[in-house]
Unconditional design. Structure first.
Length: 95
């Protein structure tokens, strides 16, 4: 039996630099998002964080980077191929 895999939000392929840090612990580091949706994003990285890790994220979107976002997210998936982590947004603030 085959199961249809459905997601709550449509994903968009992207190469987007973001600033990421473990919630209130580290300095921000630059990572690259490979896909994004209204509910979360995927970061391809050889050193993903543990499941349940809470992070702060900052990034720009839009024509000429006109929209700045501050996001809180949680690591909800770990991937081996490609190596990385899926994060679900828990709070979004647009400035």
């Amino acid at each position: 039996m085959k199961f249809k895999h459905t997601r709550k939000h449509r994903r968009h392929k992207i190469s987007l630099p973001i600033k990421l840090r473990v919630k209130k612990l580290n300095d921000f580091v630059t990572q690259y998002v490979t896909d994004i949706s209204a509910g979360g994003l995927f970061i391809e990285t050889p050193t993903p964080y543990e499941l349940g890790t809470l992070v702060d994220i900052e990034f720009y979107l839009g024509d000429k980077n006109t929209h700045f976002f501050k996001v809180e997210a949680e690591v909800i998936r770990l991937h081996e191929d490609p190596t990385g982590m899926g994060l679900q947004f828990t709070a979004i603030e647009e400035e």
